[in-house]
Write a protein that binds this ligand. Structure first.
Ligand SMILES: [Zn+2]
Length: 262
């Protein structure tokens, strides 16, 4: 009798965890929990795509490949009613822009080729940050010019870089951001540390590409990190989702800081 009862209780337990697991998988697979109503902008953003010449003095990408990337972005941003339309593709016939660094060549390029109130996307062989460090690209946060730069691995058709950079463009930090201090696994400081978003799991600063974080490290309270390597704002190659709060932030940024966009 006792055994029977234990088995029953065990069954209930498994059923309960099965349900929890199903919800967790649903959340990962569909990006948004089914019961959360996100605001929808129903907004089509205009994109101007500038293709630079690469090392071989040929355009680094094609209009067709850009459209493929934009199509992926349209799926990723659909939960908040954002979509992106390439209005014009312009080839910049200047080998000088085979690489674009944030501090020098980008301001020059913006002076020459930039359209106000649209999303200006520059495609180049190699992008680099202010300090010269190589990047797959970068997107300006709200308050700056309406610019996204993509280079290097970002041109790989398997890449989700456009989605990642548009995440920055609409105000998201990396899930591994530590500029505001390390986020605790418990989430108790999630509003002021890490990526400033609470429904992305804490990350101690992992910016690696692979999908496995290896040996988990512990935070100051001894809790083991389980970073969200499936999130578009990580650097992982298996990223496939934004969280509800990330969507909400991007919607709010559009509605306030970037509401002038055509
Ligand atoms: Zn980034």
């Amino acid at each position: 009798m006792q055994l029977h009862s234990t088995l029953n209780s065990c069954k209930m337990h498994i059923k309960y965890f099965g349900l929890v697991l199903a919800i967790a998988i649903l959340g990962m697979g569909t990006a948004v929990a089914q019961n959360v109503a996100l605001p929808k902008a129903n907004k089509v953003f205009s994109v101007y795509a500038y293709i630079c010449l690469g090392e071989d003095e040929q355009p680094v990408t094609t209009a067709a490949d850009i459209q493929t990337e934009i199509n992926k972005a349209n799926v990723a941003f659909a939960p908040i009613g954002f979509s992106f339309r390439v209005c014009e593709v312009i080839t910049i016939p200047d080998y000088y822009y085979r690489d674009i660094d944030e501090g020098n060549k980008l301001p020059e390029l913006i002076d020459l080729h930039y359209k106000p109130e649209v999303i200006n996307m520059y495609f180049t062989d190699a992008a680099s940050g202010d300090d010269g460090s190589p990047l797959d690209g970068f997107g300006f946060m709200p308050g700056d010019e309406d610019v996204v730069v993509l280079g290097g691995n970002a041109l790989d058709p398997a890449s989700y870089s456009i989605i990642h950079q548009l995440g920055h463009f609409f105000g998201l930090y990396h899930t591994f951001e530590i500029e505001f201090g390390p986020e605790l696994v418990s989430g108790s400081n999630c509003q002021v540390a890490g990526d400033l978003i609470c429904d992305t799991e804490a990350d101690p600063g992992t910016n690696q590409r692979n999908c496995n974080h290896g040996q988990p490290v512990a935070d100051l309270q001894g809790d083991r990190y389980a970073p969200p390597f499936d999130n578009y704002m990580s650097f992982s190659e298996c990223a496939c989702r934004f969280t509800t709060e990330q969507y909400q932030r991007m919607y709010n940024v559009y509605n306030t800081a970037r509401n002038y966009l055509k």
